[in-house]
Design a protein around this ligand. Structure first.
Ligand code: PML
Length: 248
């Protein structure tokens, strides 16, 4: 049966405030649109895109998940830097990314809909439109309900459900690593995802009340074109989670 991507993005006073995606069968489109319409708390415009997908590829397993908690943002960020360096990101470039996310990656001071893409060797920003960034879309879980239950049972959150799918696609598409924390002032857990280690949840990557966040993808410059074509263009369903690894 053909599959469709249903995407929602909401804005308030011209600023992006919420986004979500599902990949569903035709008979699930209506209920999915209703569900996604109910997600943004505040908005003055919601755009729903329903798109038939020509082909959908499968990723067998999501990245393995680990979770770490620290007493301060400083310690948590140092740990995030360590994981990035382990993955092959030079320390100066990893620090540049942390600084960029802490100051706000959007040139206008708004919320970027997409991610910063950073040349892993030079730290240069590669995304052609720095306000929009590069957006990882066309990705979902083959059985979202089951995966959601497993993720919540493991003590993770609704946000993990979508963030783990996005990070898994990014790494599959060739990112060396990703650094992310939310722009939601109340959500202070972020993550580093790497090919070597998987999805490493880290808390607190920012202070409570801080409205600044975003994503940085670290890419080898020669992979940029192929990477963007993969994260924005190819559609994927992820089959299952991996068994949890030990965390602290
Ligand atoms: C987690 O709890 O697994 C981290 C989720 C980060 C979500 C970032 C976002 O979507 O705003």
């Amino acid at each position: 049966m053909p599959l469709l991507s249903v995407r929602m993005r909401a804005s308030l006073e011209g600023r992006h405030v919420s986004g979500a995606e599902r990949i569903v069968r035709e008979d699930e489109v209506e209920e999915t649109v209703t569900e996604l319409l109910g997600r943004p708390k505040e908005f003055d415009e919601v755009v729903i895109t329903v798109e038939k997908l020509e082909s959908v590829e499968l990723i067998d397993e999501a990245l393995p998940v680990e979770s770490y908690s620290f007493g301060s943002v400083k310690e948590a960020r140092e740990f995030a830097l360590k994981i990035l360096v382990e993955a092959g990101v030079p320390e100066s470039i990893a620090r540049k990314a942390v600084l960029l996310l802490s100051e706000g990656p959007s040139p206008s001071g708004g919320v970027m809909r997409g991610a910063v893409v950073m040349d892993v060797e030079t730290g240069e920003r590669l995304e052609p439109d720095k306000e929009r960034g590069i957006r990882t879309v066309r990705v979902d879980w083959e059985d979202r309900k089951r995966v959601r239950e497993e993720i919540l049972r493991a003590g993770y959150t609704e946000r993990t459900v979508d963030a783990l799918a996005i990070a898994t696609k990014n790494i599959y598409c060739g990112a060396v690593a990703e650094l992310c924390w939310s722009d939601d002032p109340q959500y202070v857990t972020g993550y580093v995802a790497t090919q070597r280690r998987g999805y490493v949840r880290i808390t607190p990557l920012k202070e409570r009340g801080d409205p600044i966040g975003g994503r940085v993808y670290f890419i080898r410059r020669e992979d940029f074109g192929r990477f963007v074509e993969c994260v924005e263009g190819r559609a994927f369903l992820i089959r299952r989670l991996q068994p949890s690894s030990p965390s602290s």
